[in-house]
Design a protein around this ligand. Structure first.
Ligand code: ACO
Length: 333
C-alpha cells in the first residue's frame, strides 16, 4: 500500500461579503448575538455570475498551480459538495473547465464531513497504485438552500470552495497518518436539506413525485451536543490509534461551524486556542469547503509549514463525522 502526500492547495470565495450588521436588515438578528453564539462576523454569498462550478474550478486551478502540476497530470477529481450545480454531478464540469482530460471526476456527498471523506477516499485509489495524482475539492453554495427568513439557520452559512492536491508516495512519507469515519442515520432529522413531498397525477392510477428540495432544517441544539460529544471522542480514538500525543500536534484543523465547538474540542485535549485554526469570523460555515479553505489560508500566510502535524475533524449532516491525522507536505508559501 502506497502513502498519500498533500502537496498543494488553493481556494476561491465569492466576491460579495455580507456582515452580520447587513444581515440584520433582512432578518431579526444582530451582530452581538451571532458573534457571541458562533464567532461568525461575515459570510461570502455567490452572486448571479458565480456558481459552484466556477468557484470549484478556481480553487482547483489554484491548487494545481501551487503543486506545480498541469491539469493533464490528474488521474482523479473528487468534488465534495451538497449543493451541486447539477444533481447528475458537478465534478465533470470542473474537469472539463480545467482541461483535465485524463482524470475521472465525480461528486461525493457527506455534508460538512464531505471533504475529509473525499480525502480518505482518494487515499484508497492512490494507495492501491491504480492512480497517482488527484485533486480533492470541497465546495458548497448553501446560500441557495437556506431560508433567508429563518434566523436560526441563515446566519450560519456561507459559500466557498477549496482544493488539495494529493499524490501517491512511499508509505513511510505519507501525509495521511490515520483516519476514522462514522455515520448515524438514526439522527438524520437533526439536519436536513431534503426532497420535498410534491407529486403529480401522471396517468390514471399513476402518481409521480416532483423534484425539489426544502430549505435547510436544523435542530441547532442537538447538532451542537452531537458535535461536542462525538468530535472529541473520534479524535481521541484517532490519536490513541496512531500513538500520537495531543502535545505533538502543530494545529487542530476542525470543521468551521461554531467557535464554541472549536474551543470545547481544544479544551478537551488541552490544546492552546492559539493552535486552533479558525476563520469563522470571515466566512461562517461553508460546509464541505471549511477544512481546505482554512488549510489554504494557513498555508499561504505561513502558519502551516511543511512537516507540520494537523489533527482534523469534519462533522455535520447525515449525521456524519470523521477525523484524520495529516502531515502537510506542500511547498513553502
Ligand atoms: N439572532 C438573534 N436571536 C436568535 C438567532 C439569531 N440569528 N437565532 C436564534 N435566536 C434566538 C432564538 O429564537 C432563541 O430565542 P428564545 O429563547 O426567545 O426562543 C434564542 O436565540 C436561543 O436559541 P437557541 O437555538 O437555543 O440558541 P443556541 O444557543 O442553541 O445557539 C446555534 C444556536 C448557534 C445554532 C447553536 O445551537 C449551534 O451552533 N449549533 C450547531 C449548529 C451547527 O454546527 N450546524 C452546522 C453543522 S454542519 C453541516 O452539516 C451543514
Amino acid at each position: 500500500m502506497q502513502g498519500m502526500a498533500l502537496v498543494g492547495c488553493g481556494s476561491a470565495v465569492p466576491a460579495a461579503s455580507v456582515t452580520n450588521q447587513q444581515l440584520s436588515a433582512r432578518v431579526d438578528t444582530n451582530d452581538d448575538w451571532i458573534r457571541s453564539r458562533t464567532g461568525i462576523g461575515a459570510r461570502r454569498i455567490a452572486g448571479p455570475l458565480e456558481s459552484l462550478t466556477t468557484l470549484a474550478t478556481r480553487a482547483a486551478q489554484a491548487a494545481l498551480d501551487h503543486a506545480g502540476w498541469r491539469a493533464e497530470d490528474l488521474d482523479l477529481i473528487l468534488l465534495a459538495t451538497s449543493s451541486p450545480d447539477d444533481l447528475f454531478g458537478t465534478a465533470p464540469r470542473v474537469q472539463g473547465a480545467l482541461g483535465a482530460s485524463r482524470a475521472v471526476a465525480f461528486d461525493l456527498t457527506a455534508a460538512c464531513s464531505g471533504f475529509l471523506f473525499s480525502l480518505i477516499t482518494a487515499a484508497q485509489y492512490l494507495g492501491s497504485g491504480s492512480m497517482r495524482r488527484a485533486l480533492v475539492i470541497g465546495a458548497d453554495q448553501l446560500s441557495r438552500w437556506v431560508d433567508w427568513d429563518d434566523r436560526r439557520t441563515c446566519v450560519l452559512f456561507g459559500d466557498g470552495a477549496a482544493a488539495v492536491a494529493v499524490e501517491a508516495c512511499p508509505a513511510a512519507e505519507t501525509g495521511l497518518l490515520g483516519f476514522r469515519m462514522r455515520s448515524d442515520g438514526s439522527r438524520n432529522a437533526c439536519l436536513t436539506l431534503a426532497q420535498t413531498d410534491g407529486h403529480e397525477l401522471l396517468l390514471d392510477g399513476i402518481t409521480a413525485q416532483c423534484g425539489g428540495f426544502a430549505p435547510i432544517q436544523m435542530n441547532g441544539q442537538e447538532v451542537y451536543k452531537f458535535a461536542v460529544r462525538e468530535v472529541p471522542a473520534i479524535l481521541a480514538d484517532l490519536l490513541e490509534g496512531t500513538g500520537t500525543a495531543a502535545a505533538e500536534l502543530d494545529w487542530l484543523l476542525l470543521h468551521q461551524a461554531n467557535q464554541r465547538i472549536l474551543d470545547a474540542v481544544a479544551d478537551r485535549f488541552a490544546v492552546p486556542h492559539s493552535r486552533v485554526l479558525s476563520n469563522l469570523a470571515h466566512y461562517g460555515n461553508t460546509s464541505a469547503a471549511t477544512i481546505p479553505l482554512m488549510l489554504d489560508e494557513a498555508v499561504r500566510d505561513g502558519r502551516v509549514r511543511p512537516g507540520h502535524l494537523l489533527a482534523s475533524s469534519g462533522f455535520g449532516a447525515g449525521l456524519s463525522w470523521g477525523a484524520a491525522l495529516l502531515r502537510w507536505g506542500g511547498p513553502e508559501p
